[in-house]
Design a protein around this ligand. Sequence first.
Ligand code: UD1
Ligand code: M6R
Length: 371
Amino acid sequence: NKGNYEHYMQKEIHEQPESLTTTMRGRLIRGGSCKAKTVLLGGLKDHLKTIRRSRRIVFIGCGTSYNAALAARPILEELSGIPVTMEIASDLLDRQGPIYREDTAVFVSQSGETADTLRALEYALENGALCVGITNTVGSAIARNTHCGVHINAGAEIGVASTKAYTSQIVVMAMLALAIGSDAISSQIRREAIIDGLFELPSKVREALKLDREMKDLAKLLMAEQSLLVFGRGYNYATALEGALKVKEVALMHSEGILAGEMKHGPLALVDENLPIFVIATHDVCFSKQQSVIQQLNARKGRLIVMCSRGDASSVNVGGSCRVIEVPQVEDCLQPVINIVPLQLLAYHLTVQRGYNVDQPRNLAKSVTTE
Ligand code: UD1
Ligand code: M6R
């Protein structure tokens, strides 16, 4: 049931304030006067000790689920102090990469049925790792075959392009980081700030959704383009990859997410007056580096669209004439949840304006059950 929406993807983008609320329901405990704010993940509470003792945490997934894990990686590293590595499921299998008994392998999958991820799970089980699932589908193969896990509870996702599952996956993995780190006194203030950030996230996402009109106008401007680059770094490298994935999979426009730190190592050669470049430059520890990236792109007359935190418009548009999109600011590690929203809206409107099938892009299936 699409309700008042024309497409499932549109509905699922707009229902993110509600899906995020459901994801967090019963799992965040706001302290009273003396009680600290904490996270409770029922499916993991008996396994946290084992996870804390592991030598490494390996995230495994495909497509959007991989990107969500990439977005959560920095906060997991920060709060757990455990090395976190990333594996695309098919690539892990192609390489038969090392997985050890001392590893915690986290399988991220909306459907819980993706063949590559499921094969990688079998492989990690054979190698003796603790296998944790993060899935949206109760009773799915990944939920059944992992040792433990967390359901993201985002509600059924119908559009082939994953949207609300992505933001709920990030939130669950941020909560995973909080749960693993919950015994560390040194990070208590940071953890409480993140929990406060989680509480205000649905309303901030609702604010970000008000950019719909602006993104529709931007889509009109870009609809005839051949290509769109998306630059991000730090917490928002994943946003760049995921934004580009949305644009290519539904709007059928070439798009590439680029790690801004790699700009001078190749991508800079592409910059001219014609190619549109979307730069994510919201306020975090990477901000000044991102300002200098913008400056260098401007110096080469790049056609920039810059996403920045509200109030930062004048400090990102240094010496240029770029189009600026301002988004609400949240705790840095949660910012990817906000920043993906305008890009989801852009991909959606580009698809409608280019006349393509929004909910079932050509050649793609919602659940990829063959390798
Ligand atoms: C559970 C109930 C929820 C109830 C809540 C009340 C289910 C599915 N969930 O939620 O309805 O409101 O208790 O306390 O009955 N698991 C895996 N792999 C996965 C995902 C989950 O093994 O990929 C396991 C978990 O370890 C756990 C169980 O499935 O044993 C349920 O997980 P989850 O729904 O996340 O647990 P709760 O949030 O506690
Ligand atoms: O169900 P999963 O999360 O395991 O699916 C993984 C990918 O197939 C999926 O995210 C795909 O990339 C989406 N179509 C992206 O929108």
